[in-house]
Design a protein around this ligand. Structure first.
Ligand code: AHR
Length: 305
């Protein structure tokens, strides 16, 4: 699935457009849709870019293939959000040999050699997990809660880091993690995994879902099992996209830590600087908020995504 990439890379003012090849993870979640829109809305011809965009459908081999084809086309800049953390060195070396700078957005790569990319723009996922876990401890420590975890895509930075951050925050509390499985960041798989948990355990008090969509799937499973999400089983998620925020305002989710998907403007700025040969920051951390029910009710009317 590819789009964009016009033949004539010439702006109306006669300036050369910056050609940029972007390989997106997929379309797995509301967060990803908002992230894609931010990138496509910002990297426009009007703003000086000739964007080629491809969707890897959550498959690393598709991303590597897309990156290789952008390298072959000789784009000015490569950008991507790596579906998993490991296995990127070879293709990043190829970009480096071709003299094409790489910018990472949203997710990190686990590479020893940080000269393989110019900059990494995105949230601190460990911190997001910690924020979620700290709230759980504040609210529920002392109740002997049994928790299940819906993990994001296996091997992805947000799944690894959010699990770690949450685990650190609840260690020392009496919240007990009785099971943890991947729901691949999608609503459908989140629902399926939660159905399995509900069949296996009759004493679940709390769900920690690594994103809103899996939490929304869990809500469906809990309701189908005749229970009330947010009351019989508490739910904490990450993202704060519109559907998640609505469920929080409705009392079906209890707490959401934000992950800001609007990375387009930072990507545009860094790409321009890199092409102009200017120094850029190696790590740009995007700040995230957190919402309880009251804060969600207040924020919802102005929520962009
Ligand atoms: O990498 C960011 C994560 O990916 C979002 O939290 C999740 O919704 C998305 O699929």
């Amino acid at each position: 699935e590819e789009s964009g990439g016009s033949e004539s890379a010439e702006g109306s003012g006669g300036d050369e457009l910056i050609s940029i090849g972007f390989s997106q993870v997929g379309a797995e979640s509301g967060w990803r849709a908002a992230n894609t829109q931010s990138i496509q809305d910002t990297l426009t011809e009007e703003n000086g870019f000739d964007l080629s965009f491809s969707d890897a459908q959550q498959k690393q081999e598709n991303q590597i293939q897309a990156l290789r084809s952008y390298i072959q086309q000789g784009v000015d800049v490569l950008a991507f959000s790596p579906v998993v953390e490991t296995g990127w060195d070879a293709v990043l070396e190829e970009a480096k040999s071709a003299g094409i700078p790489v910018i990472l957005t949203d997710r990190a790569v686990d590479s020893e050699d940080d000269t393989l990319y110019e900059s990494f723009i995105g949230s601190d996922f460990v911190l997001e997990g910690e924020m979620a876990g700290e709230w759980a401890v504040e609210q529920y420590d002392g109740e002997g809660y049994k928790m299940v975890e819906l993990q994001g895509t296996t091997g992805s930075a947000p799944a690894i880091d959010r699990k770690e951050g949450f685990g650190t925050a609840i260690s020392g509390s009496d919240i007990e993690v009785i099971d943890s499985q991947t729901g691949n960041f999608t609503r459908t798989e989140g629902k399926q995994v939660m159905e399995g948990f509900l069949q296996k355990y009759d004493d679940i008090d709390l769900v920690f879902a690594h994103n809103d969509d899996m939490g929304l799937g869990a809500i469906e499973a809990i309701e189908a099992a005749g229970m009330t999400p947010g009351e019989d089983i508490k739910i904490i998620t990450i993202d704060a996209v519109k559907d998640g925020m609505q469920a929080l305002a409705d009392g079906k989710i209890n707490y959401i830590v934000e992950c800001n998907p609007l990375l387009g403007p930072d990507l545009a700025e860094i790409a321009q600087k890199v092409v102009a040969g200017e120094e850029v920051e190696k790590r740009i951390v995007v700040e995230d908020l957190a919402f309880d029910q009251e804060a969600a009710v207040e924020a919802l009317p102005d929520r962009q995504y």
